[in-house]
Design a protein around this ligand. Structure first.
Ligand code: ADP
Ligand code: MG
Length: 589
């Protein structure tokens, strides 16, 4: 019973498996690895999937559906042969064929698959993907993010220690950029950015426009069939450019044959508007990751459209160095999934790797500002894009005098007012009656990769209450198991021994020092605490490293000179920075 990895793509899907020591792609009876994610209906025959269906896209557009992955997680339906199908069901058909294909190829029954999904897929899209697998007769307990899979495929080849990667996945209809940090056996997505309407299809359209402009053809005058033919011809010359330096696009319109020559230089010009958009996305992701181009060790090119040499040329200019090309770019994600399938089946020849997930939405608590208490706002606790599992600690205080209880209402969403978000649950705890702001509680949010949220609250007498919120029905046994797992996770970075020691040392220095140095140490302590409570693992990591370095500096200086202690050696934090951080700490229940 084997486990395989599947890249369930918008345009194409493919599968791979771990073959004692290396990853291999699964081919169909014609030796092909790419399986078009297309489903069609043939009169009197029924449904058809894959290449056969793709070939009918042009001629039988009404009876053929593609790109349904874009609508995964929605209730959109597609009509085929008089019946309605959801994206989940269509995906199930693709998966089922891939499963059968793999069984033929491996001569073994396939029960389980590691399926890749875009990093930004939300809970619903993920659970629909799992359900599609279930319908196809596959167990898919573990979905992995496409960029993590690509990074994993790269890590298999290049065993350097820590590195920062930018995964550039340029497919048929989408571009996904992911900023990924790799250290030890962990692959962590720090930020994602993308465009759901930027892909190889757009290049086809740009080539078609160029062709028509050069030949004086009015695209408006073309019928649907001719237009489809034009686009198909554009895609064909695009793909030919991978192997030919100079090629020609040809199309007959109204019995006249038109031709236009094309080479990389021309294509580079044609793609300019698209490159402009890519550059903007680049800047955005670097900004989100609080980073710069120079911190990227390698850029990995992924997806069918990355096979274009003009794309590589553009990226080389943008990056100032050559990107990494791992074999065929449209196979990288599947290869990573195949590697993970090997890990999953506990192959001894492969090191266990931890792929983190990101939380696609914000989880928070309803709070009130002291003065304007008419409507509660949502205090983000686990922020969108936090790495999972995440554990965040917040302190809340009472807002009314002699309040006897604090009730923590938990919401999911991005809106300012709590009521505009999705209410998940509530947990209450008694507090000592005291003037407003004088009694407080600690709240711990723990959210894991299975979409289970565990909230624990504790008051000053150490009375503890908790609530477990899951997006799926759990049996009693599962519930018990999750509770146990969650309790283990429930050590927020700020309470970890190592970090407590750093904090104690900082405090010791603070006590000993005076003047400017003391002020700077104050900022350092505040920054350290804020960083630990950010809920973003990469920020926690950075702040811990940074603070440790500062402590070493302090230590070294102390040993050599007493009088001019540390002057100018500590990083000085801007006033603005401090103001903002202080304001953030100012929350009321
Ligand atoms: P997805 O991840 O969206 O399912 P793929 O990564 O398989 O898609 O990429 C599909 C896209 O790659 C299509 O737009 C196709 O035209 C393009 N493509 C495939 N082969 C080549 C090639 N040799 N040169 C340029 N583009 C290619
Ligand atoms: Mg893809």
């Amino acid at each position: 019973m084997a486990v395989i990895g599947i890249d369930l793509g918008t345009t194409n899907s493919l599968a791979a498996y771990w073959d004692g020591g290396e990853v291999r792609l699964i081919t169909d009876e014609n030796g092909q690895t790419l399986f078009p994610s297309v489903v069609g209906y043939i009169e009197n025959e029924g449904l058809t999937v894959g290449k056969a269906a793709k070939e009918r896209l042009l001629t039988h557009g009404k009876d053929t559906v593609s790109s349904f992955k874009r609508f995964m997680g929605t209730d959109k339906t597609y009509e085929l042969g008089g019946k309605e199908y959801k994206p989940m069901e269509l995906s199930a058909m693709v998966l089922e064929r891939i499963k059968r294909n793999a069984e033929c190829f491996l001569k073994e029954e396939i029960e389980e698959a590691i399926i890749t999904v875009p990093a930004y897929f939300n809970d619903k899209q993920r659970s629909d993907t799992k359900n599609a697998a279930k319908i196809a007769g596959l167990k898919a307990d573990r979905l992995i993010n496409e960029p993590s899979a690509a990074a994993l495929a790269y890590r298999m080849k290049c065993q350097a220690d820590d590195m920062t990667l930018l995964v550039f996945d340029f497919g048929g209809g989408t571009l996904d950029l992911s900023y990924v940090e790799c250290f030890d056996n962990i692959i962590e997505i720090v930020a994602v950015a993308g465009d759901n309407y930027l892909g190889g299809d757009d290049i086809d359209r740009l080539i078609a426009q160029y062709f028509c402009r050069e030949n004086g053809i009015d695209t408006e005058g073309l019928d649907v069939g001719k237009y489809a033919e034009l686009i198909k011809a554009a895609e064909t010359v695009k793909i030919r450019l991978e192997t030919e330096k100079e090629t020609e696009m040809e199309l007959s319109v109204n019995e006249q044959i038109y031709r236009t020559a094309l080479n990389d230089d021309v294509l580079f010009e044609i793609c300019m508007p698209l490159f402009g958009k890519i550059k903007k996305l680049f800047l955005r992701i670097l900004n989100d990751a609080e980073s710069s181009v120079s911190s990227i060790d390698d850029l990995i090119m992924v997806g069918g459209s990355s096979r274009l040499s003009v794309v590589k040329r553009f990226l080389t200019e943008l990056l100032g160095k050559e990107p990494v090309v791992l074999g065929q770019t449209d196979q990288v994600v599947a290869m990573g999934a195949g590697v993970y399938a090997g890990i999953r089946s506990r192959n001894e020849d492969i090191r266990d790797m931890l792929l983190t997930d990101v939380c696609p939405f914000t989880l928070g608590i309803e709070c009130w500002h002291k003065e304007t208490s008419t409507q509660g706002y949502l205090l983000p606790t686990i922020e969108r894009n936090s790495t999972l599992p995440a554990c965040v600690h917040k302190k809340l205080v009472t807002i009314s005098d002699y309040q006897t209880e604090i009730s923590v209402k938990i919401y999911q969403g991005e809106e300012y007012y709590a009521k505009d978000n999705v209410f998940l649950g509530e947990v209450s705890i008694p507090v000592e009656p005291a003037p407003a702001g004088r009694a407080g509680i600690d709240v711990y949010f723990t959210y894991d990769i299975n979409g289970i949220l565990y909230v624990e609250v504790a008051n000053s007498q150490n009375v503890r209450r908790h609530i477990l919120l899951a997006n799926q029905k759990l049996s009693d046994a599962e519930l018990k198991k999750y509770m146990k797992d969650m309790e283990e996770l429930l050590i927020p970075p700020i309470q970890m021994k190592e970090n407590q020691e750093i904090l104690a040392e900082l405090n010791r220095y603070y006590e000993e020092s005076s003047g400017n140095l003391r002020r700077q140490l104050g900022y350092l302590i505040m920054r350290f605490e804020n960083g630990l409570q950010s809920g973003r693992n990469h920020i926690v990591r950075r702040v811990v490293e940074d603070t440790k370095r500062q402590l070493e500096l302090l230590e070294a200086r102390k040993e050599c000179e007493e009088e001019f202690l540390f002057d100018g050696e500590l990083k000085f934090y801007e006033e603005d920075d401090i103001m903002q951080e202080e304001a953030e700490g100012d929350d009321y229940e």
